[in-house]
Design a protein around this ligand. Structure first.
Ligand code: NOJ
Ligand code: CA
Length: 541
């Protein structure tokens, strides 16, 4: 693998677009109704055809699947329903042959209650795993502000702390400032937390040696408890990054932290922009509640054709993190993910979705496409599956063709992991392939453009040329030492005009989007964009 895709310079993230795969729902190779690793291997040519150079796979390890696999019971073993470790290795190799790297999902904060470490930790007798999890020292100590505690679960006299659902007991990385009156709160360098840290490295090493190219790290900010300002958690990751750089310098980590100003100095190469840490992300694509007088004048997302969004809700936050992390790491804006319902397609036409991708694929950092978003896969309201609750509706199977079950699986319809879109006009890869103007083909073109021009890639500089609260369009510049591009986006249905702070001597050259949108006014460049339009233009320097 090293030989096929690992060039030395520049960083492979520069021109990489990621594709997130929810393994349950991608492609079922053996007709049991659930996606699997062999299924992903069989679809690698399709993934390659998107132009993406890396995939993030949601957890594929042994698990009782009470939280869709984010409750791991064996970090070293691929879940039987997805295949074997040998299948995963084959996926690394086959993907590598196509220039595609695979990042696994690392869940370092908690395990399943069925993990053997936890089963041992539940025992009243001291053993090797007693301090692998966080337990209070009495079963009735069950109400401590800031913690989710479960009491009465086992014979051990104490309550365990959980990170997310009650069946996800928190691994013990210690407390930032242990309360001296609460002996159960251990310091980060107590023996238990140190062993857990070592276990984390062992797990990472195992998969990296097999051919994984890194990890997406689940709730990466959660490890050290009562860690206000995240200082100790940041130190922990810095130590991991130091170790990683020595032994696996090509490996990359992306955090689910949503606070790039913390995650990047902590050692992550990329951090996601997500609703919980960066509410401006919701203001970008999903805010829909309408204006509420006195509290929010806007109430809609920026990419809404009604034109009542406010781009500054996203930009103020984004630029703060962008400036803090410039040159040190990347912010990753995803189209969506397995936790976000609705999908990006909700309520949008192909032309409107194209503008979302135009934005996503011309911004700095490393973009992520959630499987199916490239064909406008829809989201639904569905009964909860495997702890998905409202998230379930954006985890439905990929739709490939006109075959039964949209080509996802040959199983009976009732056996499918989740249902296929029942509408006759459901999007499929097959339909999109044959239409040159399909979203799929427009996304491919934009990915190709990003890969062609270094000034549109991860680290090239961003300058905002036009952005005003509640006003359209958004215009920005991306520039490398050699060249500069103007990206202009008008998601509103009304034509708009903006005067740019550029004294251009030449009219910019169209790369993508409408022609002849520039005029000059008092030696300033003015852009005129029709409703729902946008483009990329090369600026003569
Ligand atoms: C974030 C994951 O994306 C989500 O799906 C999961 O439920 C929680 N972390 C808990 O691991
Ligand atoms: Ca299967």
């Amino acid at each position: 693998m090293e030989d096929t895709i690992h060039g030395s310079e520049p960083d492979w993230l520069e021109d990489t677009v990621f594709y997130e795969i929810y393994p349950q729902s991608f492609y079922d190779s053996n007709g049991d109704g659930i996606g699997d690793i062999q299924g992903i291997i069989l679809k690698l040519d399709y993934i390659q055809s998107l132009g993406v150079k890396a995939c993030w796979l949601d957890p594929c390890f042994e698990s009782p699947f009470q939280d869709a696999g984010y409750d791991v019971s064996d970090y070293y073993k691929v879940a039987g329903r997805y295949g074997t470790n040998a299948d995963l290795k084959r996926l690394f190799d086959e993907a590598g042959k196509r220039g595609i790297r695979i990042l696994l999902d690392l869940v370092p904060g908690h395990t399943s209650v069925l993990h053997p470490w936890f089963i041992e930790s539940c025992k009243p007798e001291r053993n090797q795993y007693t301090d692998y999890y966080i337990w209070t020292d009495a079963h009735w100590k069950w109400e401590i502000p800031g913690f989710k505690l479960t009491s009465g679960y086992s014979q051990r006299d104490g309550c365990y702390v959980s990170n997310f659902f009650s069946f996800q007991p928190a691994l013990n990385y210690g407390f930032a400032n242990p309360d001296p009156d609460q002996a159960w709160q251990q310091s980060v360098d107590a023996p238990g937390p140190k062993q857990v840290r070592q276990e984390l490295k062992n797990i990472m090493r195992y998969w990296l040696e097999m051919g994984a190219s890194g990890f997406r790290v689940d709730i990466a900010n959660s490890l050290v408890k009562a860690d206000f300002g995240n200082r100790q958690t940041m130190q922990l990751w810095q130590e991991i990054r130091y170790w990683l750089d020595k032994d696996f310098p090509e490996a990359r980590l992306v955090s689910e932290w949503s606070m790039p100003s913390h995650a990047i100095p902590a050692g992550f190469h990329m951090d996601f922009c997500l609703p919980f840490g960066m509410p401006g992300y919701t203001a970008l694509f999903r805010k829909q509640y309408g204006p509420s007088p006195g509290t929010d004048r806007y109430g809609f997302n920026f990419f809404d054709p009604r034109g009542h969004g406010n781009i500054m809700e996203f930009l103020d936050e984004y630029l703060y993190h962008y400036r803090n992390t410039y040159g040190k790491g990347f912010i990753s804006i995803p189209t969506g993910n397995h936790d976000i319902n609705p999908r990006i397609s909700k309520g949008r036409t192909t032309d409107e979705l194209e503008l979302v991708f135009l934005f996503l694929l011309t911004m700095p950092g490393v973009p992520f496409i959630y499987y199916g978003d490239e064909i406008g896969l829809r989201s639904f309201d569905l009964p909860s599956k495997e702890g998905g609750y409202e998230r379930t509706g954006s985890r439905t199977p990929m739709q490939w063709s006109d075959a039964p079950n949209a080509g996802f699986s040959t199983a009976n319809r009732e056996q499918l992991y989740l249902p296929i879109d029942p509408s006759p006009d459901r999007p499929t890869v097959f339909k999109h392939e044959s239409d040159p103007l399909s979203l799929l083909n427009r996304v491919r073109e934009l990915v190709t453009i990003r890969k062609t021009f270094p000034a549109l890639q991860a680290s090239a500089h961003l300058d905002i040329l036009y952005a005003q609260p509640g006003v359209y369009p958004l215009v920005y510049q991306r520039a490398s030492a050699e060249e500069a591009y103007i990206i202009a986006i008008n998601p509103s249905s009304q034509p708009v005009t903006a005067r740019l702070p550029l004294q251009a001597t030449a009219v910019p050259i169209r790369i993508y989007g409408p022609q002849d949108v520039f005029t000059m006014q008092d030696d300033r460049l003015v852009i005129h964009l029709p409703g729902i339009s946008g483009g990329i233009y090369r600026l003569a320097k």
